[in-house]
Design a protein around this ligand. Sequence first.
Ligand SMILES: Cc1ncc(COP(=O)(O)O)c(C=O)c1O
Length: 395
Amino acid sequence: MEYTFSDRTNNLKPSAIREIFKYAADPTVVSLSAGNPSPDAFPAKELEEISARLFKENPIALLQYSVTEGYAPLRAHLKKYMSEKYSVGTELDDILITTGAQQIMDFATKSLVNEGDVIITEAPSFIGSLNSFRAYNAKLVGVPVESDGMNMELLEEALKNNDRVRFIYTIPNFQNPSGVTMSMEKREKLYELAKKYNVLILEDNPYGDLRYSGEFLPAIKSLDTDGRVIYAGSFSKVISPGMRVAYTIAPQPIIQKMTVCKQGSDVHTNIWSQMVCYEFLTKYDFEAHLDRLRSIYREKAKFCMDLLDKYCAPEITYDKIDGGLFIWCRVPKGANMPEFVKKAIENKVCVVPGNAFLTDEKDETDGFRINFSTPTDEQLEKGVRILGELAKTYK
Ligand SMILES: Cc1ncc(COP(=O)(O)O)c(C=O)c1O
């Protein structure tokens, strides 16, 4: 039998990261390619306690079908929490609980983007979102990321030169993969440009609570006075990615449309996970939990940057980070990045080649992404040492 697939999916390629995971699964290979929370970061005992109690008290509520919009107490709590703590959300917004933030990218595109419409993204950007956008045959236009966020002149050019832009996709805090945080000035400018060219903004913020140094910066959504920003929050990096609980706060008509998309997709987010998440947020000290995560990642990030200084300088350069789980590195001058990454794999260390995060993978970059949250300290030291030894061969 010969199979014919839709144009929509013919556009999709297996993610380069998934391909790399094949090597990463080899126990002799050190993987710096994942993006998983540290095994030490999960509140496993608390989640076990909550699950046991909920099963004892009201098992049917956990096991029965539920409503598409999400568990009402969780929605109410998040609305209040996000508004009071971060000024995110107004009375013109609503909230939808989703199955991971990945689903928000899918539904935002499904709701708003016709084939050939343009989505402007940071370059590089998160591959999972790029693939969601590609699945709807959107045209992706990448705007280079600088040390303080997107280049605003090039963003304006992209807005001027493309008349079918539907939204600008941004990860303003500790961007995946670059680790970059957008400055306040650029957040304001981005909002102003979106207003000037009458486009929406999709603000993806899974790492915002993982700031371990520097000053907190307000969300772009907190500047939203005219219903232009779709905010995506997730508990994947701060509680558990396996739980698959995330939420979007956006103008009511957009939430209504996304809710219809969800009805036809997975009906509702796992109610068991939502209830466990709600209990953890409200009956335990969530702020103390976040503090604990920040201290784990502060230490791990410093350890990794010290290793890069020790083993890889000056050949491999990188940008210092203030939060999140990733460090963007650059191959030695004159080295070919894909070849460097291939050699690293041959030497038993996996990193993600930077072009995997570009709107066109054929574009060139000298960057690659490493993750420090998943490997143990021993693995991290071994992996960075191997990268350093490889880098020295380019002297
Ligand atoms: C920037 C960004 N957005 C969204 C996601 C998806 O997260 P979730 O597990 O909530 O679907 C990730 C996961 O790595 C991410 O890095």
